[in-house]
Unconditional design. Sequence first.
Length: 474
Amino acid sequence: MQVRSFMTDMILFELEDVVGKENVSTNLTELRVYSVDYFWLSRMWQDRGGVGPLPDVVVRPGCTEEVSKVLKIANYYKIPVHTWGGGSGSQGGALPMAGGILLDMKRMNHLINIDENSHSITAEAGMIFQQLEWYANEKGYSCMHIPSCLTCGTIGGALGHRGIGIFSSKYGKIDDQCMSMEIVLPNGDIINTLPVPKHAAGPDLNQIFIGSEGTLGIITKATFRLFEQPECRKHRAFMFPSMKDGLEAGRDIMNKVQPSIMRLFDEAETVSIIKKIIGVEEKGNFMNFTLEGIERIVDIEMEIAMEICKKHGGRDMGSEYGEKWFENRITFFYPDNIMDIPQMFGTMDTVADFEHIEKIYWAMKNAIETNFPDVKFIAHCSHWYGWGTMIYDRFILNKVPEDKEEALRLHNEIWNTGVRAAMENGGVINDHHGIGLKLSRLMKEQYGPAFQVFEGLKKELDPNGIMNPYKLGL
Ligand SMILES: Cc1cc2nc3c(=O)[nH]c(=O)nc-3n(C[C@H](O)[C@H](O)[C@H](O)COP(=O)(O)OP(=O)(O)OC[C@H]3O[C@@H](n4cnc5c(N)ncnc54)[C@H](O)[C@@H]3O)c2cc1C
């Protein structure tokens, strides 16, 4: 015990030497801050008096070189490293499951460059995304990555989980918007991906690290595309008799015009959340969409989108509800509006092509409602692609077992049931929240033998297995 304490202090001294004594903490209250993210299980565990996973030490690096030196120390002593951005992830991705070092990136929050010629912006990865957007706005641009976690998620967290913002259907996901990155590898080497995202110089390094959830390296800087602010934004809402009609309309819209926002809500969500937040009283499957850009083009696109909706049985509800949705765009899904602890809830965002998506919706709904009769299932499609869309299906349970171990098992059973129903019908287990700890156990089921590609990368880049253990199925 004495030897361990002696050794611990020797290592702490080395860490302090790199980042400064004031940026290293073993204070128990501070350590406990990092045992909870937005993963329901971590919150429930804390709520019921349990102690969540604790790091041994919190380290706050101030620059890339410091990250590199910390990783060299961690590698030498084989100490686990968990990278923490804003801690707003819903998958337990940043939780320090193996103890060791918790690397809080938020001191690395500096703007590096705005290149108006190339329409790009570069910043350190610990910056909260809202800050990056403010810098872009000052020059008249937008990054067009506007998620509901804009004010609490960092650049590193968005890249780590392959996040998405509300304007995705026109401007893409974070993996479409990121041009290049600086990364510190587990051995401490500092690397850069190629300066432009489109090339034929081998596989795309960006796409190996985006979505790797801190398991292959630490993103320290990133360059994103800048978009011009649209001349106008126009909104519209329709009510569809069924999800099938709404999905068909959505597919046709995506293949003829390019809305920035398009949401299709199932009846259960229309009569609950849509009614509560934007005041729609009718039953049906509510859809809102937004078209934006040069006004002359937007007007033509609007005409086409409206024709498509009517062709598929949609009833025009005018622009007012679309505008109301837009006013609530960031806070729409905030816990207070929908559900929160002590309720049990989860968001199974599943993505699939148009051929499979409706079947997946019904399979997940039936699997959850049949196996867990007390669970409420609501769903909507948020983000659309030319080939398919995602279902943001939520389960909500009001009466949760008091015993925390029992609650954990029930939570995981509901997830397994829903996600397996999606996979069995051609769905992919996640669109933009990531895998983290929550879905880690299902990664091999999702990928089958293809998973060995990730395992190979992991073994090569992180032979000591120090980077964010137990996440991403690794
Ligand atoms: C109210 C609310 C609304 C949300 N809305 C959205 C939404 O609209 N769209 C969306 O995509 N998500 C949303 N989320 C989920 C979450 O906010 C995102 O996943 C977000 O991008 C996480 O960022 P973070 O900085 O908080 O990451 P963290 O939770 O701190 O970390 C997430 C993962 O990224 C890794 N990571 C963090 N920084 C780095 C880095 N520098 N290098 C390598 N790995 C790193 C961590 O190790 C972890 O695995 C929402 C969450 C909440 C609470």
